[in-house]
Design a protein around this ligand. Structure first.
Ligand code: PLP
Length: 429
């Protein structure tokens, strides 16, 4: 496989775009090599500018549950484009999409649309702080909630501690209200509550974590979290920007019983267009501007083209409830195939599947939190990633990312990927 054109394109991009990419996860830094530049997508596959074809298990990092260039979504977007790209005034599509969300999610009575997952979470935190009139909030090490200042805190795992920023440019003053707890460890959450001097506004969690590999929270842990939040008058925020419409059609809600106060959504909700959303009870939303004093706004929020893409995608998902069974069957088959090859060669591997999401680590340790995840053999993953790419399988370029199956990912593609895995591992030992 030749990557000549991509290599040249990357060099040129590097001159004018920091690191040659507009989001760091695209840079292949942790696996080595050059990112491939994409020319187009076709269903479950990607074609790069050198003409190489790949089975795509990234699917734009989640949004494309229908795969690339889905005809119905394409049609609705083109129709919307013809009516105009943006008006900065209300459109019917916003109410239509809001109605779909409200109908689907038990915890959502009203929803506000924004343009990214980062914006959705940032706004949800502000709403929780404004509503409870408290500044502190608790997050979990290894959970990613976008790149807003107060959320860019990961360090200090193990013991609960006041967060220090994990990026230069984020003043410590802006993260001093971010308390860090350990995923699936309720004692660490209790310690955070005890540590907070002026009260905790909210606890934010990915109920099915997808940004340290795929690590679902234990149901008992989430139940205890709910109880702790109620005892302390804190709001529970489920960040389902990734797991929403992915783990099941309603994300965690379709799998577990714990009810959050606020839900954040993104990725699939825009079907590949920039959309995020946060929703909650009417009583809490009454505090958001213009109903209430907590400010939140966006020139392109609820963009009509993006709304039409999201609405078409959701309506298609709702029309066929068997979709998630098929997706989960394919993801499970993929992971069983990978695991069988690894077992045969005595390479330790643990795998997880939730709906259309899958994860695997080169590790023999069951992963319950970020520290466990850190024990995976990421060096082996880096080499494996390169081998798979050569064989036409496009995996996320880090061992801490979740993989995605789209509806356009066929059984044949799954079998091809399993075969590629077997060959790759054989070449690596
Ligand atoms: C991707 C992601 C975000 C950030 O969304 P962007 O659209 O990249 O800003 C937030 N939370 C979770 C759980 C995510 O997976």
């Amino acid at each position: 496989m030749s990557y000549k054109k991509s290599e040249l394109a990357f060099k040129e991009a590097y001159q004018v775009i920091p690191g040659g990419v507009d989001s760091p996860v695209r840079a292949f830094s942790s696996v080595g090599g050059t990112p491939v530049f994409i020319e187009r997508g076709e269903g479950g596959e990607l074609i790069d500018i050198d003409g190489n074809r790949y089975i795509d298990f990234v699917q734009s990092w989640g949004p494309l549950i229908w795969g690339h260039a889905d005809k119905d979504i394409e049609k609705s977007v083109i129709e919307a484009v013809k009516r105009g790209l943006s008006f900065g005034a209300p459109t019917l599509g916003e109410t239509d999409l809001a109605n779909e969300i409200v109908e689907m999610f038990d915890s959502i009575e009203k929803v506000r649309f924004v343009s990214s997952g980062t914006e959705a979470v940032m706004s949800a935190i502000r709403l929780a702080r404004g509503y409870t009139k408290r500044d502190d909030f608790i997050k979990f090490t290894g959970c990613y909630h976008g790149h807003a200042d107060s959320l860019l805190v990961q360090a200090g795992s193990g013991m609960a501690t006041f967060g220090s920023p994990s990026s230069p440019g984020v003043p410590a003053d802006l993260t001093k209200h971010t308390l860090l707890a350990t995923y699936n460890d309720i004692e660490s959450v209790k310690a955070c509550f005890a540590q907070s001097e002026n009260g905790v506004s909210s606890v934010i969690i990915e109920p099915i974590a997808g940004n340290m590999g795929l690590v679902p929270a234990d149901e008992a842990f989430l139940e205890e979290l709910r109880v702790l939040c109620d005892e302390h008058g804190a709001l529970l925020i489920f960040d389902e920007v990734m797991s929403g419409f992915r783990a099941s059609i309603t994300g965690y809600q379709g799998i577990g019983a714990v009810k959050p106060d606020i839900v954040t959504l993104g990725k699939v909700i825009g079907a590949g267009m920039p959309v995020g959303a946060f929703g909650t009870r009417k009583e809490i939303m009454a505090e958001l501007s213009p109903e209430g004093p907590i400010y939140q706004a966006g020139t392109l929020s609820g963009n009509p083209v993006a709304m039409s893409a999201g609405l078409t995608s959701l309506k298609k998902l709702k029309a066929d409830p068997t979709i998630y069974k098929i997706l989960e069957k394919r993801a499970t088959r993929l992971m069983e195939g990978f695991k069988a090859s690894a077992d045969e060669l005595n390479i330790p591997m643990v795998t997880t599947v939730r709906g259309s999401m899958f994860g695997f680590y080169f590790s023999d340790k069951e992963v319950k939190n970020f520290n466990d995840a850190l024990e995976n053999n990421s060096e082996l993953f880096g080499k494996f990633h390169g081998k798979m790419l050569e064989k036409g399988v496009y995996l996320a370029c880090s061992s801490y990312e979740t993989g995605f199956i789209s509806i356009a990912t066929t059984d044949e593609m799954i079998e091809k990927a399993i075969k590629a895995c077997k060959e790759s591992l054989n070449e690596l030992i």
